[in-house]
Design a protein around this ligand. Structure first.
Ligand code: ATP
Ligand code: SF4
Ligand code: MG
Length: 330
């Protein structure tokens, strides 16, 4: 599944053969006795200005993908081409510069904000660190401007995180990520901890900011309904690999991989009389330390065939921009 794919000319970010293995150490000798293959050979492109949704069950490697491509984790193998350069080769100085262009918004707005810092200090910290403001006045202007864009008020800069609701705290996290005017943002379960009504407000804010600030998003979520709403293209991950990838409408109208079909069958229908047959997957998700041979999904696939346990299915182009890794499609 990690064959080379040509980099698209309109891609802001191209991921090629990306792997991230975590060593498993013996409890006694501390020697490495195996690896958790959290990300095991991913290929995908994200075009400038688009939102690429990454979905899959818990533990399939979504967050590790996001963190590795930002170099918050060091990759085991592969390339991350951003603006035409492989950033996995960047040294410390260039990496520091890269931090102004690539940012992340985390799931939990409670634990990711320092309770002892004011909103002004939180949002302004990176501007000071990167020397992007000349004086206190300019710092305050920049901070107020970004928090207002994120739906907060100028007077909030003097307040502390505990004085805000969950939705407002996530707005502070968004303001912090956008203060440096980045090009690319990883949103890792950015709305998952919020109430459903607040979720849609924050998603709409992210969409507005995307237009306003020319942002490109990698939107990670286990919630297909949310991903459908915000994404242009979607990748479905299973156990460290990409099972299927397509434009949003194509994926929802014509899911080809049995795993995607099962995930989509679990989304409740909007109409009470509309009947949908739910595909229940048997068995647990296998361990990424010891993934199944052949197709990783074969231990749970309702359409499994003899070839599936012996041969790894290639990640093939099965239609315009529609990729699928499954032996059902030759
Ligand atoms: N620092 C680490 N050390 C060892 N294993 C790790 C580490 N971080 C993640 N893993 C493992 O890598 C795999 C992928 O984890 P990851 O957090 O990327 O999944 P995820 O798809 O984001 O899941 P979730 O939906 O629960 O957030 C899991 O098996 C996890 O236990
Ligand atoms: S390759 Fe086989 S096991 Fe894997 S998804 Fe396709 S049919 Fe199922
Ligand atoms: Mg995660």
């Amino acid at each position: 599944m990690s064959e080379k794919v040509n980099v698209k000319s309109d891609a802001l970010l191209s991921i090629r053969g990306l792997k991230k293995y975590f060593p498993i150490k013996s409890g006694v000798t501390r020697k490495t006795i195996g690896h958790v293959k959290a990300v095991d050979g991913l290929n995908f492109d994200i075009k400038a200005g688009e939102t690429f949704g990454l979905v899959g069950e818990s533990g399939c490697g979504k967050s590790t993908t996001g963190r590795t491509l930002l170099r918050l984790l060091e990759a085991t193998e592969g390339e991350v081409i951003f603006n035409g350069e492989n950033i996995l080769n960047y040294d410390k100085a260039r990496l520091r510069q890269l931090r102004t262009e690539m940012q992340i918004i985390f799931q939990d707005p409670y634990s990711s904000l320092n309770p002892r810092m004011t909103v002004g200090e939180i949002v302004g910290e990176a501007l000071l660190e990167h020397g992007l403001v000349k004086n206190k006045k300019e710092l305050e202007e920049r901070v107020v401007s970004i928090i207002e864009k994120c739906g907060l008020s100028g007077y909030h800069i003097k307040r502390y995180p505990h004085e805000f609701s969950g939705g407002q705290r996530q707005r502070i996290c968004i303001a912090r990520a956008l203060a440096l005017n980045p090009k690319f943002v990883v949103c890792d379960e950015a709305v998952s901890a919020l109430d459903v009504s607040i979720q849609s407000q924050v998603i709409n804010l992210l969409k507005d900011l995307q237009k306003d600030m020319d942002l490109t998003y990698l939107f990670i979520s286990h919630d297909l309904g949310v991903v459908k709403y915000i994404s242009d293209n979607i990748g479905v991950m299973y156990l460290g690999s990409m099972a299927e990838m397509a434009g949003k409408d194509e994926l929802f109208e014509n899911p080809m991989h049995p795993y995607t079909q099962a995930l989509l069958s679990a989304i409740p229908t909007s109409h009470p009389l509309e009947k949908k047959e739910r595909i229940i997957l048997q068995g647990d998700i296998p361990s990424p330390a010891n993934p199944p041979s052949g197709c990783r999904f074969h231990t749970r696939c309702p359409k499994v065939m003899p070839i599936c346990s012996t041969e790894i299915p290639a990640f093939k182009n099965v239609g315009e921009g529609h990729f699928c890794a499954c032996h059902l499609y030759k």
